[in-house]
Every structure is written in C-alpha cells, then in structure tokens.
Design a protein around this ligand. Sequence first.
Ligand code: GAR
Length: 200
Amino acid sequence: MNIAVFASGRGTNFSAIVRAVKKGKIKANLSLLVCDEPKAGVIARARRAGIKVALVKREDFVSKKEFEEKIIQHLEENKIDLIVLAGFMRLLSPEFVNRYKDRILNIHPALLPSFKGTEGIKDAFDYGVKVTGVTVHFVDEEMDHGPIVLQKAVKIREDDTLQSLETRIHKIEHQIYPEAIRLFLEGRLKIEARRVKIIS
Ligand code: GAR
C-alpha cells in the first residue's frame, strides 16, 4: 500500500507517521508528501526522511479544480491508496473526496464535532471546557467532518496554559494517528451507516 500525507505546516504528525513506518508499526510505503505551502516546515522533514515532495500551490492554478487535478496526477503517478491529511489547511472538493471515497483520513485536535476549524486547541481552551482531545476521522465533503475512527480525551487542568495543553494534545496525536492508519491498512475499519466499526 502507498500512502500520501497532505500537510501545510510544521509536520510533527508527518514525522510521527515516518517514525511509525520506520519501526514497522505501519506496514506501507510513505510514498509522497503533498504540500501547498512553500514555507512549511514539513517540506524539510520530508527531504530529511527521503520522501518525495509534491509542492502544489493553489495560486498557480486558476481554479480549485485544476489545483486538485494536479494533485490527482501526483497521486496517480505514485499509485496512492490512502491519503492522510495532517494539518492540510484546505477543504477538498466533493469531487475529490468522492474519487478517494473512504480512503482519506484526517486528524483534528479536539473532540469532534466540537471546535472544528484551524484553532481547535485554542478554541477549546478559550471556551473553558474541562475535557478536550483528539479525533481521527474519515473525510467527507464538510470541514473536519466524517465517520470517526478514533478519539482520545485530554483533561484540561486548572494550571494548564495554552502551550502546555498543546504539548499534551500533540503527544496524543502522534500516538493515535499511526494507530488509526495501522487499523486502516489491516482492513479493520468498516463504515456502516456513518459509524466506523473496528474489527478485532
Ligand atoms: C495538528 O494539530 C492537526 O490536528 C491540525 O493541524 C495540526 C498540524 O500540526 N489539524 C487541524 O486543525 C484540522 N482542522 P503538524 O503540522 O505539526 O502535524
């Protein structure tokens, strides 16, 4: 199986996936990084790990359709079976999602359906919830939405700062994303009526 990670930012989840592949916890090839942001830290991480980078910038295309067609070309050239969104800050079109139906995973740093968007950790912290967490889900055409694979709760302590909470959330992300990918690759995720069943 060939995996492509899509990312726009730092790439700590990307690196966690690279480590899991190296350790044999994920038995697949991490074949491609798709990145839309030339300044993203994830690009250097991919180069260091020897993983091919497809830098596809939205502004180089007149339409979203052409932008996504370029991405699809890279995915086809690399025979990608699974797409893993790791901080990819763009909404994929319904056509794209449908083409890779049930083969796109996303991670979000909150307990969906709460605190969607680009600031999930901060929004939960600012709201004052006592429990937040991490969600891995299949992607549908809505933002941070689709059948949930794994969720892990993280308690917010009274002495937490946004930074200390972020550190704990990221640590959990780096554990559960490789785990969700492993379950997918082992064929153990079954979607039934929008629910994901994990086959043991
Ligand atoms: C992660 O916290 C991920 O959950 C989040 O972007 C961050 C990327 O960090 N995704 C979303 O907020 C999706 N709505 P990273 O670049 O260090 O992996």
